[in-house]
Design a protein around this ligand. Structure first.
Ligand code: GAR
Length: 201
């Protein structure tokens, strides 16, 4: 059965766009049914509207705590019968409320080779550190920052003379290539988790 996917995005939404483009060109075994943002200004919300995808925004500042905030999100996810959550630049840590409800059905993408350079500035942190190779990680999300079992990693080299902008561009090209593939694998039920190891069937 086709999976119903919710994409959570806080900002620009280029990974959301890559998923939309992939689903338009390939047989994504799922439908991008919903987009959620914690940021009313997120370009991701505009992208959703442009493609006729249902979207909603909730401001965490309107809630007493993160659990209350997530309870409201969950209500919408349940109403929309969402099977899978794809975090695409969602810069807000999930609590156990959503994690336990969607255990092993939440993906995240991070612009570095985890466990290095976790956090909101993975690209700049790697660049400033002077590493010669960094990359992209797609992993299952858990309640810890950039932490769950790893599905895919692809290296991106920092060549001599690369500016941080050039390096960022190279990272995004890889993100947009591998994230839709990982989402597809999850939709197809082809990811088996064993502890921290993920097997692609
Ligand atoms: C992406 O580079 C993604 O890997 C990163 O946010 C960016 C969102 O870009 N996520 C993290 O750093 C998670 N720790 P986008 O809004 O254009 O998809």
């Amino acid at each position: 059965m086709r999976k119903r996917i919710a994409v959570f995005a806080s900002g620009f939404g280029s990974n959301l766009q890559a998923l939309i483009d992939f689903s338009a060109k390939n047989d994504l075994v799922g439908d991008i049914s919903l987009v959620f943002s914690n940021n009313a200004e997120a370009k991701a919300l505009e992208r959703a509207a442009k493609h006729g995808i249902n979207s909603f925004h909730l401001d965490p500042a309107d809630y007493a705590n993160r659990e209350e905030f997530e309870r409201e999100i969950l209500k919408v996810l349940e109403k929309e019968r969402i099977d899978i959550i794809v975090l695409a630049g969602y810069m807000f840590l999930l609590t156990d409320l959503i994690i336990s409800k969607y255990r092993n059905r939440i993906l995240n993408i991070h612009p570095a080779i985890l466990p290095s350079f976790k956090g909101a500035h993975g690209i700049k942190d790697a660049y400033d550190y002077g590493v010669k190779v960094s990359g992209v990680t797609v992993h299952f999300a858990d309640a810890e920052l950039d932490h769950g079992p790893i599905i895919m990693q692809e290296p991106v080299y920092i060549d001599q003379g690369d500016t941080v902008e050039k390096f960022e561009e190279k990272i995004h090209i890889v993100e947009h290539k591998i994230y839709p593939l990982a989402v597809q694998l999850l939709c197809q039920g082809r990811l088996r988790i064993n502890g921290r190891k993920v097997e692609i069937l």
